[in-house]
Design a protein around this ligand. Structure first.
Ligand code: FES
Length: 440
């Protein structure tokens, strides 16, 4: 109920949830981010996009035909570096991460942030590799705050200290997301390729809470940890997490290489869904603030996801060397992508070949072209289509209407029969990257 001097308004549930967040401290971008975390199914990117298109942004002065004009690149992901002290076998970085060009300098990154903000970006993620490796991170955070971004540090926690965390807060960082490999120290450290990883993550998760950041934990879920889903959730509750993302592996980069050893079986997945739902109900009944988000793998779906909410629609990724991508996995596609060293972001976002390659519907072959669901899923994921069929313009084979759907069915059968031990996974490190490059 909203009371005001002349009367009152009874708010519906959605309006009430939104108004609860309007506290005079959160920005519009932050409110939208919080709502997306709390209601991942109810309020999707499409709605956010609609809201943003009505939110006053600095004018682009750009003059495209209205029917062709993409919205602003709302979400900027800055992959600051491919360097990382850990070796996760499901890393989405490219297999040849060690052969990429020189990292952008501090000033070049700040110029990227400035240009993206001018185009309308409101949320900035610092990612990698491990972004903490960059000694200029505090300076980059400060610049992001001055430009008006809602900023998010996506980190393994390795290299973080309480002092550094406090400095980031003072510089204006809004949010830290710490990723874990497992709730079990031994499995966590085996997957991370580091004996100290688990203890450090625990310490930093406590520190995140103590310093008043929203507490967001991320677990990548796969066949070697999915059966411990209760332990994972219990650990998150013990750490007083506000949001928990239980993200089953998506198969790009190193995860694609290790797919046979990572894809859970359908029975494993169904059990994890059942237990997560039981926890959700219990937490809701207790009015507990923790929100659990379980992201299921595409491989057990019959329709593809609207990857990135459509190509070049909202998401702009800048890789360590300045290559601009419409998604963090697009580097593996046989498409020429522009670099911020050579082009303005305005040109990249609106005019470049790479960003226009899969916009709209004209590029689609059948069955997507005449499909009445194409406006919901945009034909699915271009990277998955390329990896599984060899042609990025094909329908995502996850779709049961795809003529290549049998590759997904075969992967499900493989998952039932897989016997690969956890220590047989190929870790993401320079040595393995060299061996892979040599073998190709
Ligand atoms: Fe690249 Fe889906 S991950 S388009």
């Amino acid at each position: 109920m909203l009371l005001y001097p002349e009367g009152m308004v009874r708010l519906n549930e959605s309006a009430g949830q939104i108004l609860n967040l309007v506290d005079g401290r959160r920005s519009v971008a932050q409110i939208m981010f919080d709502l997306r975390q709390r209601f991942p199914d109810a309020l999707g990117w499409t709605t956010t996009h609609w809201l943003l298109s009505r939110w006053p942004m600095p004018s682009t002065g750009y003059n495209l035909k209205p029917e062709n004009q993409p919205g602003p690149p709302f979400w900027l992901l800055a992959e600051l570096t491919y360097r990382c002290p850990l070796q996760c076998p499901y890393c989405s970085n490219p297999l040849d991460f060690n052969q990429q060009g020189e990292e952008l300098s501090t000033m070049q990154w700040i110029e990227v942030f400035r240009q993206a903000r001018e185009l309308g970006a409101v949320q900035l993620g610092f990612s990698g590799g491990e972004p903490l490796v960059r000694q200029d991170l505090e300076e980059l955070i400060r610049a992001a705050r001055e430009l008006g971004y809602y900023s998010n540090l996506i980190t393994s926690g390795i290299g973080l200290t309480e002092a550094r965390m406090a400095a980031f807060k003072e510089a204006g960082l809004d949010h830290i997301q710490i990723s874990f490999q497992a709730a079990d120290e031994e499995v966590n450290n085996l997957l991370a390729g580091s004996r100290k990883a688990f203890a450090q993550k625990l310490a930093m998760a406590h520190a995140v809470k103590a310093q008043g950041y929203p507490m967001v934990l991320n677990f990548v879920i796969h066949r070697h940890n999915i059966d411990q889903i209760e332990r994972i959730i219990e650990l998150c509750l013990a750490l007083e997490a506000d949001f928990v993302e239980l993200a089953t592996c998506q198969f790009y980069g190193w995860a694609e290489l290790n797919r046979a050893g990572l894809l859970p079986t359908r029975a494993q997945l169904q059990r994890a869904e059942r237990i997560t739902n039981q926890y959700r109900e219990k937490l809701a009944a207790e009015n507990h603030p923790c929100k659990l988000i379980l992201v299921t793998p595409d491989y057990y779906e019959e329709r593809p996801k609207a990857c990135m909410n459509g190509w070049g629609s909202l998401f702009l990724d800048i890789t360590p060397d300045g290559t601009a991508l419409p998604c963090h996995s697009a580097r593996q596609l046989p498409v020429q992508f522009p670099n911020v060293r050579n082009h303005s972001l305005r040109h990249i976002w609106y005019d470049s070949f790479g960003f226009n390659r899969f916009r709209g519907y004209d590029w689609m072959p059948e069955p997507c072209r005449s499909c009445d669901e194409k406006e919901q899923d945009f034909g699915g994921c271009r990277c998955q289509a390329f990896l599984l069929t060899g042609d990025a313009s094909n329908a995502d084979p996850v779709c049961a209407k795809s003529p290549h759907h049998e590759v997904i069915l075969a992967a499900r059968i493989d998952a039932e029969q897989a016997t690969q031990a956890i220590d047989a996974l190929t870790l993401r490190n320079e040595r393995n990257a060299r061996l892979i490059a040599k073998a190709r």
